[in-house]
Design a protein around this ligand. Structure first.
Ligand code: ATR
Length: 275
């Protein structure tokens, strides 16, 4: 059955760009469905709210912080990747059941061009900074792409738990080893929240001796150039922010609900860059 009502849920959800993205495609394709909305959902009332949204006719919900684990717990059927990540960011609601999926890892993979995957990730040393929710998807994705994944986090124990959960056989990188690992990595991705505030200054990684061919990725897209990416750019390294991943993970949710594969156009990228 066609899904008519879709939305992103979070707490708070006010700053989400998902409505701009989904409504761009709904309009572009001329779909006869309601506009995609954003809805605040109190974590303490999660189950009741989801049931009410189902009754109100919502068939597709994107889930953002801090609700991804609750969404995982409420799902009757869970995709393999969600099971691995223990997190759901896409719910499909029907009268019989709730399906939970996670589109972050696919979104990250689809945000990379073929050349970067081949030259900087597959069979190459990759380094992930941070061990929060988003790091899980990135570590999973890099491992799927055949990268040798190393993980650094300020709190080392969290990195060890993440690697263990994803059955990745490597020890977390400790602070003293970080520069050496970074200097021999082909791909480095920052998943920490350091940089989300305009005045945040990257003090995690020193770019002084990073190889010129190393690809530097930051999941942060606002600001467009985090201090992490700025420092990398000054050194002449190739950099990418998280905007394309944001759109690609939305595209995969859109495909799950509407069974249509959408393109990520330059027009949409520019639209979001101007927000
Ligand atoms: P997300 O869901 O976006 O991944 P999160 O789960 O809150 O967010 O995780 C935030 C990550 O950023 C964590 O790895 C955190 O490190 P800790 O586990 O040590 O808390 C990391 N982080 C946040 N601020 C940081 C800072 N100033 N320096 C280094 N790491 C930081």
């Amino acid at each position: 059955m066609a899904i008519d009502r879709t939305a992103v849920i979070g707490f708070p959800v006010d700053h989400s760009l998902s409505p701009i993205i989904h409504n761009h495609w709904i309009k572009e394709l001329g779909l006869d469905v309601k506009p995609y909305e954003k809805i605040n959902v109190d974590p303490n009332k999660f189950e009741d709210r989801i049931n009410n949204l189902k009754i109100e006719g919502y068939g597709g919900l994107n889930v953002t912080v801090p609700l991804k684990e609750l969404a995982f717990n409420i799902s009757d059927e869970i995709s393999d990747v969600s099971k691995k990540l223990k997190s759901v960011n896409t719910l499909s609601l029907s009268s019989e059941k709730i399906n939970g999926d996670n589109t972050d890892a696919v979104g990250f993979i689809n945000s990379l061009d073929k050349k970067t995957i081949e030259e900087n990730i597959t069979n190459k040393k990759t380094l992930v900074l941070g061990a929060g929710g988003s790091a899980r998807s990135i570590v999973y994705a890099l491992n799927e792409l055949g990268g040798q994944v190393r993980l650094f986090n300020r709190t080392t124990e969290k990195a060890a738990i993440l690697l263990n959960d994803l059955s990745i056989k490597s020890d977390p990188v400790c602070k003293e080893e970080l520069d050496d690992y970074a200097n021999s990595s082909s791909f480095i991705v920052n998943t920490t929240s350091l940089g989300q505030k305009v005045r945040d200054h990257n003090d995690i990684l020193n770019f002084e001796n990073i190889e010129t061919e190393t690809y530097i990725y930051d999941l942060i897209y606002n600001p467009k150039r985090s201090s992490f990416l700025e420092q990398a750019e000054v050194k002449g390294l190739k950099v990418q922010n998280g905007l394309r991943m944001l759109i690609e993970q939305a595209a995969y949710s859109f495909q799950i609900w509407h069974e249509i594969k959408v393109d990520v156009s330059n027009e949409l990228m520019s639209l979001l860059e101007s927000v």
